[in-house]
Write a protein that binds this ligand. Structure first.
Ligand SMILES: *Cc1c(COP(=O)(O)O)cnc(C)c1O
Length: 369
């Protein structure tokens, strides 16, 4: 079976340095908020071009803590996309605020900046923009609306570490950026981990305090926080993997280029847009016979996946928001047609050739009918 990601093959490449780093942490006796975590915060901040990095427990907590640091809570409305992983909107509800969705662009599946204004009210405080699948959202336009209406911008860059937009890396364009190091992400740990980045000293101090029980000095608590820290083992692993991130992102782009070259004339391949880099956390195609293709690939030992089958406004958990089918037609159509193909840095040409030829076979067979 060709998997969606091959974490084992990636581990084989880096086994020795990773084992050594884990041994070092194990013997150091320092497991939480130690020197590896501090070094990772420094290196990730420098990699993305931010002043500060704060290691946290996972990407969801990164988003939650970003909202908390911006003092967002009950009565506030936060604009976001309905076509993303659940966590993006979940955290808005977790702080007691209300998610307000806007539809996406057909070409990139990212929030459509032209649809933001009509959703702004006196209660709107911020926008959570997602760089979906690794492709930058239309940041210039989004930042312009945010500035006009005095809204904060949180970047959910969980799928897009390293992606460039207009000479900057995503996560550093808005007020605060959030990253996930979930194992299958483009920079993945071997467990949960995440990071918040910002150029704002006061936001940095707030997130650092909130992630550690609202405390900067042991047993002195200035606010109600949470326990969400990036542990030393994960930091040690990420410090090693970060060295390979650019090489791995390049590999992803090469694989994507080949998929597009071979499949573009047969189905809807991802759009590459100037100034909006795509680092291909996912390579998603679109076609009417999506489910039949997935079944056909499965029968031929090829994995595929649907990100995401149900837009957030139609999730049961958000019934209380009173959205309906038809409210965000572009997101709904995408959810019904999209299919992610296997993509990972260690994918061989043979494997990719097999995937491409099977997709061609499926489409030719269908065309004969
Ligand atoms: C993975 C992901 C998250 C959540 O990250 P975790 O580390 O799994 O908590 C949030 N938003 C998006 C868009 C993601 O892809």
């Amino acid at each position: 079976m060709i998997p969606m990601v091959d974490l084992k093959a990636e581990l084989e490449l880096l086994k020795e340095p990773i084992f050594n780093a884990l041994k070092e942490v194990l013997e150091s006796g320092q497991y939480i908020l130690g020197s590896k975590g501090k070094e990772l915060e420094k290196q990730i901040a420098s990699y993305v071009g931010a002043t500060y990095g704060i290691g946290v427990g996972n990407g969801t907590d990164a988003l939650y803590l970003a909202l908390r640091a911006l003092d967002i809570g009950p009565g506030d409305e936060i604009i976001t996309t309905p076509f993303t992983f659940f966590a993006t909107a979940e955290v808005i509800a977790q702080v007691g605020a209300t998610p307000v969705f806007v539809d996406i662009e057909k070409e990139t599946y990212n929030m459509d900046p032209l649809k933001i204004k009509e959703k702004i009210t006196d209660n709107t405080k911020a926008i959570i923009v997602v760089h979906l699948y690794g492709q930058s959202a239309k940041m210039k336009e989004i930042m312009k609306v945010a500035k006009e209406f005095n809204l904060k911008v949180i970047e959910d860059a969980c799928q897009a570490i390293g992606t460039e937009y207009d000479g900057k890396r995503v996560g550093t364009i808005g007020d605060i950026g959030c990253f996930s190091f979930f194992p299958s992400k483009n920079l993945g740990a071997y467990g949960d981990a995440g990071m918040v980045v910002t150029n704002d000293k006061s936001l940095y101090e707030k997130v650092s305090t909130l992630r550690n029980h609202g405390s900067q000095i042991k047993y002195i608590h200035s606010t109600i926080g949470v326990n969400s820290r990036l542990d030393e083992f994960q930091a040690a692993i990420l410090l090693i993997k970060l060295k390979y991130l650019d090489v791995f992102l390049h590999k992803r782009k090469e694989i994507a280029k080949k998929y597009t070259l071979e499949l573009n004339s047969l189905l809807k391949a991802p759009s590459i847009i100037e100034n909006r880099e795509h680092t291909f956390h996912q390579y998603c195609i679109e076609l009417d016979e999506r489910d039949q293709l997935a079944t056909f690939l499965q029968k031929n030992d090829i994995s595929s996946a649907i990100y995401y089958p149900i837009p957030l406004h139609l999730q049961e958990a958000f019934n209380y928001l009173n959205y309906h089918k038809g409210d965000f037609p572009i997101a709904e159509i995408a959810a019904s047609k999209i299919l992610a193909l296997p993509i990972y840095p260690t994918m061989t040409f043979e494997k990719q050739d097999k995937i491409i030829s099977m997709i061609k076979k499926f489409i030719e067979r269908k065309d004969q009918k």
